[in-house]
Design a protein around this ligand. Structure first.
Ligand code: ZN
Ligand code: ZN
Length: 237
């Protein structure tokens, strides 16, 4: 069984990524994907895209080179109250939204309780579909509790292939991802494996994440990458 979607892909509009939508879509097609999600960084990330960038994504064709393209954003979580740096009205125009913690927007000095408050608030925000890379040891969290809240709020947990690469700048990404997968298995929480590509060559490179799920015997029916019906139900607006 092969994954058919990668929902975390950055373009030159993120400010520190190096490929265009077209280059990423062609790469997705070559990687055998049927679906790809474009999720550029929002405005509070240095060089991130302006609100109008997201509001105007309606001009991006739904299908390019035979690949269905979902319009998304990787939105910054700004504080422990789950404040986001993209307006609700703008998020509603997109097909999906990822919310993540990033150093330039949310400092690494926050406590476990503050980080959990932030994630709880974001999971309870119906506009957010996916929690991006909850695997960085610089942000202490309770992964068991996050998996439980995500299940209760229909929020998807990301397995981020950039975090589990040996060269990742995130702290203890592999160990933390394993712990996250085990917790999702316990509660029946939906997982999506994403590349977090910042260059087209990485689009659809999901092997590290997919093998980890296999190694930990994570159910295929809870892995979004294999469930076309669910993908269409959730994101095909
Ligand atoms: Zn980035
Ligand atoms: Zn990120």
């Amino acid at each position: 069984m092969k994954p058919i979607i990668d929902l975390h892909v950055h373009t030159i509009s993120s400010g520190h990524a190096y490929s265009t939508i077209l280059e990423n879509v062609i790469a997705a097609k070559e990687a055998g994907l049927k679906y790809v999600g474009i999720s550029d960084h929002t405005s509070k990330m240095p060089g991130g895209a302006h609100q109008y960038h997201f509001d105007n994504m309606i001009v991006v064709p739904k299908v390019i080179e035979g690949v269905r393209v979902f319009r998304g954003a990787e939105i910054n979580i700004m504080d422990e109250f789950g404040t986001l740096d993209l307006k609700d009205t703008s998020i509603k125009r997109l097909d999906y939204a990822i919310a993540s913690l990033h150093g330039p927007c949310y400092s690494h000095s926050h406590t476990l309780n503050q980080n959990m408050n932030a994630y709880k608030a974001v999971c309870n925000n119906p506009l957010i579909d996916i929690i991006g890379h909850p695997d960085d040891g610089r942000y202490p969290i309770n992964r068991d509790e996050l998996a439980k809240i995500a299940k209760e709020t229909n929020t998807i947990i990301e397995v981020n292939c950039s975090s589990i690469k040996p060269a990742s700048y995130r702290l203890n990404g592999l160990e933390n991802t394993k712990e996250m997968i085990e917790a999702c298995k316990k509660y029946g929480t939906l997982i999506v494996v994403n590349s977090d590509a910042h260059h087209a060559v990485d689009v659809g490179k999901l092997d590290l994440g997919i093998s980890l799920l296999k190694e930990l015997d994570f159910p295929k029916e809870l892995t979004l990458n294999f469930n076309e019906d669910l993908i269409l139900k959730l994101f095909d607006k």
